[in-house]
Design a protein. Sequence first.
Length: 403
Amino acid sequence: MSVIQRNGLRVLSLYEGFFSGGARVLHSTVVTGLHQGGRQQHSVLSLHHEVKRESTLQRMEDDPRYRALRAAGVRVTSLGRSTEVEHDPRGFTDAEMTAAVRQARTADVILSLKEQPLRLVNQPGFPHKPVVACLHRSDPEHQGHALDDLITAAELGKLSAVVCCAESTRDAYQQAGVPAELLKVVPNGINLVRFRPVRGARRLALRGSLGIAPESTAVVYAARYDAMKNPELFLRSAREFLDLQPSGQVLMCGAGMTGANPDLADDLTRIFGDRPDLLGRLQLLGVRHDMELLYAAADVVALTSAFGEAAPLCLIEGAMCGAVPVTTPVGDAPSIVSGIGFVTSYDPVEIAATWIEAGARRESLRPARDAARPRFSHVRMIAGYTQVIERAHKEAGRRLTRV
């Protein structure tokens, strides 16, 4: 580690846990970029060691974000909690508080990945450090006690800033009662070196490895099995699409997107029970760690979410790999796909028809996608986070000086 990193601003990120999801992908990219930039020294404390979500038990050490952070030199620890063991979800044991306080005392700034870890920050014994909450949804009312914890942190004077990944996030949380002066928008970005198109013979080979014929229109759906993502609407749209496109292919990936998920299995029986021929062209791929390859092989990246989205990474990543994004009108998704994709209603017939149109226009939209790449760079995003974190630290220093 360089001298600059040893003496740089010390930042501790709090995670609820390591499990599949766009927020963890995004935040881990931010932490890695900031740590490697040299001006800040980052570490991560996860409340849980393992989390069961969407019928899948996900261990911290198995998570690619954990491995990427460690590879970048970021220290990652946990309080050892498991959702498989009964404990007080709102409280913490003396041992847990001791471990958390020890790490927080060595930090200059605390980052909270989403608002849920703020229940730890709000504990009476937690050190008073400037806290920056990082929000990635647009539905504060669907987050249980999390909104209360966010507002409590603000009222206690612990909250220095709230980073919102989208305009829709800022607007929703301001309406929910979070002070407007705390809310800062830093748009999502991705690593454009990783997420890039694959063309020519390499793309044909990639599609062939996934069973996608050269003339097929392939639609990829990257989402966890959750009501927010509206998987039933996607499946109903997929049935329409596969019926209209005899060579069409559908790929579903994410936590819970396997036949082992009983709820998904029931959905497939209800929606495709009388058409097993269509179901044969739908692949359930589960959690994947090579999304850049799936996107590059696909023609369309689809999102059918009903609520809660802010700036969905799947649309950005998919588009930057050459797939045409098609989304329902949630969060900032319409502005993200403007000029490079399509926005639909919640009608499965319309959605299926739009997938077909998007696939047909994939090549003609290539110049627009290429021109849009700079605005989705993670370099801009990391610069935005740097500014917010350094300002929070400076303002905390000024308050101490006045006292």
